[in-house]
Ligand binder design. Structure first.
Ligand code: AKG
Length: 262
């Protein structure tokens, strides 16, 4: 099914928001496999088998929100490319170079391509060759979401695709207007749903989005499939050094297993 979402805008009539959600594209068995691989990747990350640069975690506020002080709340894992967004990351001298995009992370893992991207290319939802960057957002217990933001058009091509895992949740829009407690509208994202922020849409370009704690019903994850803007990608690759490449190949041999030629 293709559920188009509408928001009631000024001054009259309905404004197409530009979000499409597809449900039931994945079977129960396929969803189970995606979630098992997500959990396995989480275990690898916690065991220190993924490079620090491809991970960003937040912790419960009990001990000040820093690593080791309070429980793990949210982890973002980046494959193919990462982007700088925290105040500390943006304070570094070259933070704005390449639009803040970096390719010093492992490529998308085999399961991300095989279990998520390929079926979506196969049924015509994602164009072949579009995805070069995958982010895995792990909302470990659903008590911390992601703040209101734009997916910066200078970094990310549109459309932007995501697959919802583990439990039903919502994507909320308009937090810039009302803060985090009350937004303009939301789009339901049931477990297994594929959400598309369409090209040149209000949803992608005209309004911020977020996931609030109240938008989740417990443990949740989003596998976000994106294309990086070619110019940002080109500049990011210029920054990339061979030594990093060798280190990342080593990581992949551990995480993905040996390739057919090994
Ligand atoms: C982001 O990581 O930029 C998101 O907006 C993720 C939202 C989601 O969890 O679906």
């Amino acid at each position: 099914p293709d559920y188009r979402s509408y928001a009631a805008p000024p001054p009259r009539g309905l404004l197409p928001v530009g979000v499409i959600t597809y449900t039931q594209l994945f079977s129960a068995a396929e969803l189970g496999a995606l979630e098992r691989e997500t959990d396995r990747t989480d275990v690898l990350a916690r065991a220190g088998l993924l490079p620090p640069d491809c991970q960003h975690s937040t912790y419960g506020k009990g001990g000040g929100g820093a690593e080791g002080e309070g429980s793990l709340k949210r982890t973002k894992l980046f494959f193919g490319a990462r982007y700088l967004w925290t105040r500390e990351q943006l304070a570094s001298p070259n933070a704005r170079v390449a639009g803040g995009v970096r390719v010093d992370v492992p490529p998308p893992l085999r399961w991300m391509r095989q279990l998520a991207e390929s079926p979506l290319v196969g049924c015509g939802v994602i164009p072949r060759g579009f995805v070069d960057s995958v982010a895995l957002n792990l909302y470990h217990d659903g008590s911390e979401g992601i703040q209101s933001h734009y997916d910066d058009a200078a970094r990310f091509r549109r459309p932007i695709y995501s697959v919802r895992l583990f439990s039903d949740s919502r994507l909320s829009f308009g937090g810039s207007l009302f803060g985090t407690t009350n937004n303009a509208f939301f789009v339901p994202m049931p477990r297994g749903c594929v959400t598309v922020l369409e090209e040149a849409s209000f949803a992608a370009n005209g309004i911020k989005h977020c996931v609030r704690p109240v938008d989740m019903a417990g443990k949740s994850a989003a596998l976000i499939l994106r294309g990086i803007e070619p110019e940002a990608m080109r500049r990011a690759k210029e920054l990339f050094v061979e030594e990093t490449c060798e280190r990342l190949q080593h990581v992949l041999r551990i995480v993905d297993g040996p390739t057919a030629s090994e």
